[in-house]
Design a protein around this ligand. Structure first.
Ligand code: ADP
Length: 543
């Protein structure tokens, strides 16, 4: 056991000394008051004891500057106390006096507020207090049997003192740890609060009943409430009660509710939140469960108003589709004229001119494809193109895709392996082929020479899944979502070298989502990519 470390600070604490002095004084006065009763003759010792006691009591008065006095001055309290006890004991019945037991008082005091060395010094003083009278006065007041008592008292004092000191040190260390933990906790809380308060995004925390336990100022402002107004309210019923068209949004369907019930995480950007004044705004929000061990103790929701973003997107889409439309008409006639020239309408053309015409035609075709893709992507993503669903054989569509891309694969030196899945789906066959062509076309484009590209399918009860696996450069984790956005391509130099518009995957995603499915990619950089999509057999139509 180590000596109590912070004794010095406790020592210097005037309050501690003052708290003790009246206590010690009361105990000793009690004993002192009994002395005249037990001895017929007045004695000198009680008077000296009274003097020392007065001194100690003086120590407890507020104006003694303990903090500035040297430490040994404070030791006057326990050692002075011991002296008083010795005097009272001698004035009473010597060895037979009951005052001896009072030595535990200064022992306890030093056990609480002193160091190990000081406590041991006090034990030595106690030994002297018992031994000196035997040697100096002897029998009858201090008979030889008194030696036993001396040993007993020193042992008892040592035991009580050291044990108490050890316990006190442990308790103090625990208290300090708890205080430190509480301080760190307060600091972390202040830090988190500052971060959340200054976030531009709305942040709300919900308890398991869906009641708001925290809302940051940006969030409250977005919703037209004050923070205090929102805290304690059921969030779904307050801000998420209806769909954009005004129809009721049952809480059981809400992703935040799912986070609370099943611990799922979700992200939505096609819903609205409702303000206090009854108006709504388009919102993007994420919900995540708050877990404590295995238990879900709430959910956190982050949200932002995306009105501006949607407006910019809409203006951009409109502009792109307008420009594309305007470009398509003149391009079609340019392509027609070039085709006629190449076909020899203007007579035999020199080889050099034919070569130039070939370049012009292939580039015009590329431009037409780009424009068609741009328009397609815009129409499909905005839902303007209806899917023409009918019963079709998925295996057939996979084979047709293989036929369409066989020449590309040969040219690129890629082995195209199609494993058709014979199953019937209810979908738009042309659009499914378009999706497959985009995925398989990319896989061929990004595969190294001689590498295989495998297209396979799987079906379970209500879903069919098609997987396109390649051995290309792969896709870094942070880009796996982004590549499905329009006009987005990977930054790495080797994929940039491939021609492309960055529209193929956006179109594929649009088609798959219109069929009520989802599309994703799994990839280990350097070990190729696996693109997969999954659609309900019913093609997303309620059957
Ligand atoms: P692009 O016409 O540019 O191929 P996509 O939308 O089809 O447009 O693809 C977007 C980007 O995703 C590509 O430019 C490429 O960087 C990356 N990508 C798509 N498929 C693959 C693949 N199989 N392997 C590696 N990168 C791919």
């Amino acid at each position: 056991m180590s000596a109590p470390g912070p004794a010095r600070t406790v020592w210097n604490d005037e309050k501690v000394l003052r708290r003790f002095a009246p206590f010690a004084a009361a105990m000793i006065t009690l004993g002192f008051a009994t002395v005249p009763l037990s001895n017929a003759e007045p004695r000198l010792e009680p008077l000296i004891a009274a003097g020392v006691l007065a001194l100690l009591l003086f120590c407890s008065v507020p104006f003694v500057p303990w903090a500035r006095l040297p430490r040994w001055v404070a030791l006057l309290v326990p050692f002075g106390g011991l002296l008083i006890i010795a005097l009272l004991r001698h004035a009473d019945y010597g060895a037979a006096s009951g005052f001896g037991i009072l030595v535990l008082m200064p022992v306890l005091w030093l056990a609480l507020y002193g160091t190990r060395a000081e406590l041991i010094a006090l034990l030595v003083a106690i030994a002297l207090m018992f031994v000196v009278p035997i040697l100096v006065f002897g029998s009858p007041d201090y008979p030889p049997t008194e030696w036993r008592r001396a040993i007993l008292f020193v042992a008892l004092s040592g035991f009580v003192g050291l044990l108490t000191q050890g316990l006190v040190a442990t308790v103090r260390a625990r208290a300090r740890e708890a205080e430190e933990r509480a301080r760190l906790e307060r600091r972390r809380e202040a830090y988190m609060r500052a971060v959340m308060d200054s976030a531009a995004e709305g942040i709300a925390a919900l308890d398991t009943d869906g009641l708001a336990t925290f809302v940051n100022p940006s969030g409250a402002e977005m919703l037209g409430y004050s923070v205090d107004d929102l805290v304690g309210r059921p969030m779904h019923a307050t801000i998420h009660h209806s769909h954009p068209d005004g129809s009721p949004y049952p809480v059981e369907d809400c992703p935040v509710h799912a986070s609370l019930e099943h611990g799922s995480e979700s992200r939505r950007s096609d819903e609205v939140f409702w303000r206090q004044d009854g108006s709504s705004f388009p919102v993007e929000y994420r919900s995540k469960p708050i877990e404590s061990g295995e238990e879900i103790v709430g959910a956190v929701m982050t949200f932002s108003d995306i009105s501006e973003r949607l407006e910019v997107q809409r203006a951009k889409d409109e502009f792109v589709s307008l420009v594309s439309h305007e470009l398509r008409t003149p391009l079609t006639s340019i392509r027609g004229s070039l085709g006629l020239m190449e076909g020899g309408v203007l007579g035999e053309l020199p080889d050099e001119v034919l070569r130039m015409l070939g370049i012009a035609i292939s580039n015009t075709d590329r431009l037409v494809r780009l424009i068609n893709d741009t328009l397609d992507a815009e129409r499909i993503e905005s839902g303007k193109t209806a899917m023409e669903r009918r019963e079709c054989e998925l295996g057939e569509l996979m084979k047709q895709t293989g036929d369409l891309l066989a020449a590309n694969a040969r040219e690129a030196g890629v082995q195209l392996e199609i494993e058709p899945l014979a199953t019937t789906i209810y979908a738009d066959p042309d659009r499914i082929i378009q999706t497959l062509v985009n995925l398989v076309g990319n896989a061929i484009k990004f595969s190294p020479d001689g590498a295989p590209v495998t297209v396979s399918g799987e079906a379970d009860d209500g879903l069919v899944r098609v997987t396109v696996r390649d051995r290309g450069p792969g896709i870094p984790p942070d880009q796996r979502e982004r590549i499905f956005d329009r006009f987005s391509q990977l930054d790495s130099s080797d994929t940039r070298q491939q021609p492309g518009s960055g529209l193929g995957l956006a179109i594929a995603r649009g088609i798959v989502e219109q069929h009520g499915g989802r599309i994703w990619v799994e990839s280990k950089p350097g070990d190729g990519s696996t693109f997969a999509f999954e659609i309900p057999r019913s093609g997303g139509e309620a059957s």
